[in-house]
Design a protein around this ligand. Structure first.
Ligand code: FAD
Length: 404
């Protein structure tokens, strides 16, 4: 009998496990993958994630990886320096293979956490409506384990969410398909920045395309190219050809890459649905992509995962300390998670923009370029250095427009 069983040991699962174990709770952490291993994801992360890494005791190891400290965000709709949080004023872009390995190793080293990798969870154990544990496959054997809570940190296709029938809300169909590869020796900006530019790739019907350039670890630069979702079927027919043909139409990126060689494959996906799931129920909770998935173009996934992990660990602690009952604690997590995620989720998915006329939204965009303080606030909100609702809400934007 454990306090928590966590399915999925990457950023959401390992962070939740460490936050619980640090408070003295016992955790069984299971993942079907073995580590180090890559996962399909680019990996820019902001100061909120760095603060979470400090809290779970892995920041020194993350900072020891040789990766440029990115001081500015230069996106099509905003340019500003990253905010300073806990004395750190930079973002990082570290491949998931070394990054996730640090998290998993830290979890494995904690005496309160029992980690099993190469272990697939196949189902949930129940007592009536209450989830009481999991069944997993290990070395060809089915093993049952029980806990006070089963946490699905098992990504957007979460088995836990499917088995409990977690309700989906605020769903928005996929918006873009994103592909990426690593180039060696691409020169850095001064100061180093994460930059993205808009383009188009009309040859396959993509009036909207974009490319991003994120300098990362090991002398590599992550270069991405994406198209609107309707062009994904044509793109994936020959994704490598379309990746390079699309990039060729974005001169800022081509000039930057120059003769730098590509290392490894071009990877990507258009399987990028946008949704929130009800993240709690009797004996279970969801964290990370299992509970909320969104298109990565606003770079929220990893930060959302670590902040939700902290909210969930706090709520479980309240329950297990006897301050509140289970239902109240889980409802508290649900409410606080949504308050935290929704402003950027609505910006990411275009739901915020839809509340404004085209002229109003364009005026908000223009003001961002005219007013460096607004640009800084927008980047600070993306990094959750200030509550995103202070910029990315209908009320905030109406007030910004009224003051112009
Ligand atoms: C193309 C792309 C680009 C992205 N770029 C960025 C970016 O630049 N910055 C950013 O912040 N976010 C980005 N994201 C989002 C980011 O990858 C996710 O938000 C983040 O990885 C979520 O972490 P997680 O721990 O919730 O889930 P995951 O990383 O999906 O981990 C889930 C884990 O659960 C395990 N698992 C699943 N089912 C089972 C089972 N039945 N039994 C045992 N184990 C199981 C899996 O093996 C996996 O290790 C991107 C995503 C994509 C797809």
């Amino acid at each position: 009998m454990y306090d928590a069983i966590i399915v999925g040991a990457r950023i959401a699962g390992a962070t939740t496990a460490l936050l619980l174990a640090q408070r003295g709770y016992s955790v069984l952490l299971l993942d079907r993958d073995r580590f180090p291993s890559p996962t399909l994801s680019t990996h820019l992360f902001f100061t909120d994630t760095l603060s979470a890494f400090a809290r779970i005791g892995v920041l020194d190891r993350v900072l020891a990886i040789d990766a440029p400290r990115l001081r500015r965000l230069r996106f099509p709709y905003v340019e500003a320096p990253f905010p300073t949080v806990d004395g750190r004023d930079f973002a990082l872009c570290i491949r998931r293979e070394p990054l996730d390995a640090i998290l998993v190793e830290a979890a494995a080293a904690h005496p309160g956490i029992e980690l099993h990798t190469g272990t697939r969870v196949t189902g949930l154990l129940r007592d009536g409506l209450q989830v009481v544990g999991v069944r997993y496959q290990e070395a060809g054997q089915a093993v049952d384990a029980r806990a006070r809570i089963v946490i699905g940190a098992d990504g957007r296709h979460s088995l836990v969410a499917r088995q409990v029938g977690a309700q989906v809300y605020h769903a928005v169909p996929p918006m873009f398909a994103w592909y990426y590869g690593y180039f060696r020796g691409v020169p850095l900006d001064d100061p180093p920045s994460a930059f993205a530019v808009r383009g188009a790739y009309p040859e396959i019907g993509a009036e909207y395309a974009a490319s991003f350039v994120f300098p990362c670890d090991d002398g590599l630069t992550l270069v991405g190219f994406g198209v609107q979702a309707s062009a994904f079927p044509a793109f994936k027919q020959d994704h490598r050809k379309h990746f390079f043909a699309g990039l060729a139409q974005i001169p800022q990126v081509m000039e930057r890459i120059g003769d730098s060689p590509l290392e490894g494959p071009i990877l990507g996906t258009g399987d990028l649905p946008n949704f929130l799931r009800v993240p709690v129920g009797p004996g279970w909770a969801l964290v990370g992509d299992a509970g909320c998935h969104k298109d990565p173009h606003t770079v929220q996934g990893m930060g959302d995962a670590v902040r939700s992990a902290a909210l969930l660990a706090d709520a479980l602690d309240h329950w297990w300390q006897g301050a509140v009952d289970a239902q109240t604690a889980l409802a508290e997590y649900h409410a606080r998670r949504d308050a935290d995620l929704l402003p950027m989720y609505e910006f990411t998915t275009g739901q915020l923009e839809a509340r404004f006329s085209e002229e109003e939204w364009q005026a908000f965009g223009r003001l961002t370029w005219e007013d460096p303080a607004l640009a800084r606030a927008r980047v600070a909100a993306m990094a959750h250095a200030i509550p995103p609702v202070e910029v990315y809400s209908e009320e905030a934007i109406r007030s910004i427009l009224a003051d112009r």
